[in-house]
Design a protein around this ligand. Structure first.
Ligand code: UVW
Length: 326
């Protein structure tokens, strides 16, 4: 960009020639990025946050016939689960084999976007300027991610101290508005109001109420003028994530950040700045409403967070059901 007052048009324009980066920090072959911060000491710090033994699962249901599809990014489709064996097959005489010992079974298959439910993004899920996380060529994504797929995250697992910041509750809302923005300073203000400190290497969970709203509204309304509320890019925010060594960002939105900047049209800048450049893992479409209600009731916002996405080889992401113990 020659004119420094011109609006950025691309991610490169926005992030500038020297974006903050963790490339190389964990060696030339790294595929899990900032999750490297979650060493044994962080696991024990997470365990130390457990006080009452309550367990919360953060996955949203997949393929619930009671809802109008699943919450997915606009160009993705909801999962379709199909019974390929059940009692009906036996009753109709359609079972390929009928064991004489009398046992019967049900089998299913599922057709879904791997990012079509609560999921981890692979670090190679999104990129700009021809390079993915750690500087690997974008060509490594062709056909299958041969670098930084989701499988190494599944292999490693994610365990540490989680802290929940409830931006919706902090702003006195059930759900933040479309495109409603907040920054790391807002997170710190909300943390202060909640009486909790975000510590270095915390797994950061942020509630906006957005996914909860999917289940209370019509699909049409949810997707009209689609622009999720969330964190927005600034160099200061990225500096804060880097300085705080945040390993993992988890939110109750589909893409963990405001979808696009209405001024510039630039989309998912934080996927580029945090995930591609710093190696911050992203957990998306989390169910946080129940956890938040309990945290708010007793004022305790930290816990043990554990998760491991499915080890789908070469995949850009994979479903996960994170488990929180408080
Ligand atoms: C996008 O790719 C836009 O979002 P997600 O990270 O949810 O896959």
């Amino acid at each position: 960009m020659s004119d420094s007052n011109a609006k950025p048009r691309t991610i490169s324009d926005l992030l500038g020639p020297n974006p903050l980066s963790n490339w190389g920090k964990w060696g030339p072959d790294d595929e899990v990025g900032s999750l490297n911060y979650l060493d044994a000491a962080q696991v024990l710090r997470g365990v130390a946050a457990v006080q009452t033994g309550e367990v919360f699962t953060l996955q949203v249901p997949i393929g619930d016939p009671a809802t109008d599809g699943d919450p997915v990014w606009p160009n993705r489709r909801s999962a379709v689960r199909t019974s390929v064996m059940d009692e009906g097959f036996f009753e109709r005489g359609d079972a390929p084999v009928v064991p004489e010992d009398g046992h019967r079974w049900a089998d299913d298959r599922i057709d879904m976007f791997l990012q079509g439910s609560t999921q981890y993004d692979a670090l190679g899920h999104l990129w700009y300027d021809g390079q993915i996380w750690n500087g690997y060529s974008a060509k490594t994504t062709i056909g299958s991610l041969s670098r930084a797929s989701v499988a190494p995250i599944g292999e490693r697992g994610v365990v540490g101290r989680g802290v929940l910041i409830d931006m919706a509750r902090h702003r006195g809302k059930d759900v933040l508005d479309r495109a409603e923005a907040f920054t790391h300073l807002d997170l710190l203000e909300a943390a202060d109001a909640q009486g909790v400190t975000i510590e270095p290497r915390d797994i950061l969970l942020v509630r906006t109420g957005w996914i909860g709203s999917f289940y209370r509204t019509t699909r049409d309304e949810f997707y009209t003028d689609f622009n999720e509320p969330g964190l927005i890019y600034s160099r200061e925010l990225v500096e804060w994530f880097q300085r705080m060594e945040i390993p993992n960002l988890a939110t109750d939105t589909i893409a963990n950040e405001r979808s696009f900047d209405p001024e510039t049209g630039i989309e998912v800048a934080l996927h580029c700045a945090l995930m591609r450049n710093l190696g911050v893992a992203m957990t998306e479409i989390c169910w946080l409403d129940d956890l938040a209600a309990v945290c708010a009731a007793d004022g305790r916002w930290t816990f043990l967070y554990t998760a491991a996405p499915l080890k789908v080889i070469g995949a850009s992401g994979a479903p996960v059901n994170p488990v929180v113990i408080r």
